[in-house]
Design a protein around this ligand. Structure first.
Ligand code: GCB
Length: 619
């Protein structure tokens, strides 16, 4: 799915700004058929939950309504007019005046409607978008709605981050010519000093297509005729982690000599491969340093914000992170574009978080229910999950920064039914994109001995909290447990391991000379204990700390104003652990060689020695 862009043949109008806003209970039936009667206004993009002081809005379960008037530019007489919503969390309905023009389920991927037949160039129309935040056992992510004794509907769910909702990303109006480019798919390869670019351009109706590749200076370096083919770039500059380089594939639809549509798709030339226990980018071993993150800031909730975008990437660079996972949903496209431009590596995750009723039982003390059953995660859930995978890959397939798909976070992979559930989803993912490795992030309860799906995947992404949820405050035991656990996975599966979550809640300003959970010293000591283990295990090819920054959660006694496992606070100030991580990661990256060590090292020292057959060495 193409990102809307302004080109010589297309125009783009942002509909961001302040819209009228109302919750369903405050307006009459069919609120899209008239001006919304409300005093409230809500900014787009932003989650609506934290904007207002009224808790009934924050806790509302169901539909809310956004409305504004939009004028179609008067020059668009001969064009198709398309409305695009970058995200409506979790379900959206779009009305142009009285007409429903689009409906979409899935809160973190875009959808569009061709509204040409409902609007006129130069005229205004009433645009109303309904957004529903309900999660059920057949949505991704799943959840449950209950009704309290006083009649209020309440939403519960199986993930800890707050269920922010609304129009958290941009809304656009754009024009395309009648015959237009509908999609572009690019797969790159490296052949000595040349790059290969397999491309496919889909058009709205069969048409004559020409493509050109421009380098970063705008010079043409390859061209071809035809809607698909393979191009060669001599003396290619590959896209590398930490050293991004982007080309543009300019696709044109021709009518005789006339260019009737043109679209420029940025791409990078790079390869990704899993070989034995290594993760290779451009044929070279890559060691992931970075975080699981969230789209989460005060007031905006999950609302995309370019200032936080730039600042967060600055902080990641400062701390020496070369990568992150889009835990636990696809992030705004602006985030991936930025990662493409700055050489940051991304593990791109679907919103399939919480397919795990054992976690619910653990938290509530209620008897465990089976995760995979007709009443819980079932065939309809899997259909929604399949759609989430389709939409993720359709949106993100051309991003060089995306090196792996993560199709679920912490599913109950040790339970009966997991293999039947996941096998078709994995087949689908590989069919849609045969070029990228696929993983899921394994929950604590899934061990090398009882996990039922790990052999199907390419990389073992393991979430573990030894020293926090298990062996709390006892880092000696934690270190031993973690080592035994990881060695079990390594021995059984012989695949690369990424520690995709490890972390400890920490209140900034709390200190102790002892190993006391919640202190800044404990977070640093906890991370160091984990790192000692990673450095002893050759199969570990990456470490993603949970979490980059503190983030908001739903109410509960397990959290103090949200999840505090951030290495940065919610307002992005470093805790002590950030400085410790910075020292380690910059050393690993070789950007700041310490102690005369190999500046180009990509592996922690112990692991690399072992891979080189020199035996494991502890740091
Ligand atoms: C996990 C989840 C993550 C939570 C984290 C925690 O295993 O994947 O979403 O936030 O633990 O802090 O409990």
């Amino acid at each position: 799915m193409l990102k809307p862009r302004s080109t010589a043949t297309r125009e783009l109008v942002s509909l961001d700004g302040t819209w009228r806003f109302a919750v369903d209970t405050a307006v009459g039936e069919r609120p899209w058929t008239a001006p919304l009667e409300t005093r409230l206004e809500a900014p787009v993009p932003a989650s609506y939950n934290d904007l207002f002081t009224d808790s009934a809005i924050r806790d509302h379960v169901g539909w809310v309504w956004y409305q504004r008037r939009v004028r179609v530019p008067r020059g668009w007489t001969d064009d198709r007019v398309v409305l695009r919503v970058d995200a409506a969390t979790h379900q959206g309905r779009v009305y142009v005046d009285d007409v429903l023009v689009a409906e979409h389920v899935g809160g973190y991927t875009p959808f569009e409607a061709d509204i040409t037949n409902h609007v006129r160039a130069g005229q205004e129309f009433r645009l109303t978008i309904g957004v529903n935040n309900e999660l059920t056992n057949t949505t991704i992510p799943p959840g449950t709605i209950t009704v309290s004794q006083d009649g209020r509907r309440k939403q519960t769910y199986l993930h800890d981050f707050y269920n922010y909702a609304g129009l958290a990303r941009s809304v656009w109006l754009y024009s395309v010519p009648a015959v237009h480019i509908a999609d572009v798919t690019i797969v790159t390869g490296l052949d000595g000093t040349s790059g290969t670019v397999e491309y496919e351009v889909a058009t709205s109706t069969p048409a004559h297509v020409r493509v050109r590749v421009l380098d970063a200076s705008g010079a043409e370096v390859a061209e071809s005729d035809g809607a698909s083919g393979t191009l060669r770039i001599e003396d290619v500059t590959p896209w590398r982690p930490g050293a991004a380089y982007l080309y543009d594939l300019v696709a044109e639809v021709l009518d005789g000599d006339d260019v009737v549509d043109t679209y420029a798709q940025p791409f990078g030339v790079r390869t990704v491969e899993v070989s034995g226990t290594r993760f290779l980018i451009n044929g070279e071993p890559f060691y992931f340093t970075g975080f699981g993150r969230h789209e989460d800031t005060p007031v905006r909730g999950k609302g995309h914000d370019d200032a936080y975008l730039v600042h967060d990437f600055q902080l990641m660079e400062w701390v020496g992170a070369n990568s992150f996972r889009t835990s636990h949903y696809p992030y705004a496209e602006e985030v991936l574009d930025f990662a493409d431009r700055h050489g940051i590596v991304v593990i791109d995750e679907t919103a399939a978080v919480g397919l795990n009723l054992a976690v619910e039982a653990g938290l509530t003390g209620a008897p465990p229910r089976p995760t995979f059953s007709p009443d819980t995660v079932n065939d309809d859930t899997r259909a929604a999950h399949a759609q989430a995978i389709r939409e993720l890959i359709a949106r993100d397939k051309n991003h060089p920064s995306v090196v792996m798909w993560c199709i679920a976070n912490e599913p109950s992979s040790n339970e009966e039914g997991a293999r039947e559930y996941f096998e078709p989803l994995l087949e689908l993912t590989r069919k849609l994109d045969p070029t990228r490795p696929v993983c899921y992030a394994a929950v604590m309860f899934a061990t090398a001995a009882n996990d039922g799906i790990a052999d199907l995947f390419d990389v073992l992404c393991i979430n573990r909290y030894y020293g926090w949820y298990v062996a709390t405050g006892d880092l000696v035991t934690a270190e031993a447990y973690l080592e035994g656990d990881l060695r079990g996975w390594a021995a059984k599966f012989g695949k690369p391991i990424i520690m995709s979550e490890y972390g400890a809640d920490t209140l900034p300003g709390l200190h102790s000379v002892w190993d006391q959970p919640w202190t800044e010293e404990y977070q640093a000591a906890y991370l160091a204990a984990n790192h000692r283990v990673f450095d002893r295990i050759a199969e570990v090819v990456g470490e993603h700390v949970w979490n980059f920054a503190d983030f908001q959660t739903s109410n509960g006694i397990h959290r103090v104003d949200g999840n505090r496992k951030g290495v940065f606070t919610r307002d992005r100030r470093p805790k002590a652990a950030a400085h410790a991580l910075r020292a380690r990661w910059r050393e690993i990256a070789g950007s700041k060689p310490a102690g005369g060590q190999d500046a180009a090292r990509q592996f922690p020292p112990g692991a690399r020695d072992e891979l080189n057959g020199e035996g494991g060495t502890a740091r």
